[in-house]
Ligand binder design. Structure first.
Ligand code: SAH
Length: 242
C-alpha cells in the first residue's frame, strides 16, 4: 500500500523528517530516496509495511493540485493524507485544535454570473467528500488516544484570510468551519483519480485581524500536532494491513 503524506509548507511536513525541537516522527523510516519532480522535492520511504511518498506542494490551489496529481500519477499513491494548518471560522475551534475535513469546497471559485452557486466546480459539485474509511481510522485514533478531533467543512481559496468580513461571508455561504488554501484542490484531484483522501488541519489562527501574527507564532506547533496525528493514523493503517 502506497500512502502519500502531503503538506503545503515545509514546516507542515518537517516534523516527519528533521530533528528540530522534536524528534523526527518518522525516525523509523527506512532511508528514503529524494526525487525532485516538477519543481518539488518528494521523499520516498518505507514505514513499517507501508510505502510512503512525502512532500510539500508550496502554498495555494494550483501548487496543491500539481503535487496531489504527481503523488498519484508519478509515485503511484493509493491513498493521500494531507496534514497542515488552517484558520478557524467556527468559534469553537481554538489554536492547536484538530479538524478533519468532512467536506471541502472552494470559496473563491465563482461562476455565479451563469446561475451556479458559489464554489460550484464545473461538471462537479460545490463540496467534495473525503474517504469515509480514512475518517473512521481518524476517529478510532482520536478515541484511542483521547484526542479531541472535530469534523467539519473546510473552505479553500487562494487567499490568506485575515479579515472578519470575508471570514463571515465564507462562514455564511459555505457553512465553513475552517479556511485554508489547498484542501479542496487536493480533494478535486483525488476525486478525479478515485484515490481515497483525508485532510487534517490544526488551527494556527482565527482568520481575523491577528491572523498573520498568530500564524507565525503557532505554525510550528500546530504543524507538529497535525503531523503527530497523521503518524498515529499510519500506525493504525500499518497494523490493519499486517
Ligand atoms: N507565511 C507564508 C504564507 C502562509 S499562507 C509566506 O509568507 O509565504 C497560509 C498557509 O496556511 C496556507 O498554506 C493555508 O493553507 C494555511 N492557512 C492558515 N491560516 C489561514 C488563513 N487564515 N487563511 C487562509 N489560509 C490559511
Amino acid at each position: 500500500m502506497k500512502i502519500a503524506i502531503m503538506g503545503a509548507m515545509l514546516e507542515e511536513v518537517e516534523p516527519f523528517l528533521e530533528a528540530g525541537e522534536h524528534e523526527p516522527l518518522l525516525k523509523y523510516f527506512n532511508k528514503h530516496s529524494d526525487v525532485v519532480y516538477g519543481g518539488n522535492l518528494y521523499h520516498e520511504a518505507k514505514y513499517k509495511n507501508l510505502d510512503i511518498v512525502l512532500g510539500y506542494s508550496k502554498i495555494g490551489k494550483v501548487n496543491a493540485a500539481l503535487t496531489a496529481a504527481t503523488m498519484i500519477e508519478k509515485f503511484g499513491a493509493e491513498k493521500l493524507l494531507f496534514t497542515g494548518v488552517a484558520g478557524a471560522v467556527n468559534p469553537e475551534l481554538k489554536i492547536g485544535d484538530l479538524i478533519a475535513a468532512t467536506q471541502l469546497c472552494q470559496h473563491d471559485l465563482d461562476i455565479t454570473a451563469f446561475g451556479h452557486p458559489h464554489g460550484y466546480v464545473p461538471e462537479g459539485s460545490v463540496y467534495v467528500e473525503p474517504s469515509r474509511e480514512l475518517l473512521h481510522i481518524a476517529k478510532a485514533v482520536a478515541d484511542e488516544k483521547d484526542i479531541e478531533l472535530k469534523g467539519g467543512i473546510v473552505a479553500t481559496g487562494d487567499q490568506f484570510i485575515a479579515d472578519p468580513e470575508r471570514k463571515e461571508w465564507i462562514e455564511k455561504t459555505f457553512d465553513a468551519d475552517a479556511i485554508e488554501m489547498e484542501g479542496a484542490a487536493v480533494a478535486v484531484i483525488c476525486d478525479a483519480f478515485d484515490v481515497p483522501f483525508f485532510v487534517l488541519r490544526a488551527i494556527s489562527d482565527a482568520a481575523d485581524m491577528d491572523a498573520t501574527f498568530d500564524f507565525d507564532e503557532f505554525l510550528k506547533h500546530s504543524s507538529q500536532v497535525s503531523s503527530s496525528f497523521v503518524l498515529a493514523m499510519l500506525d493504525k493503517m500499518a497494523d490493519g494491513t499486517q
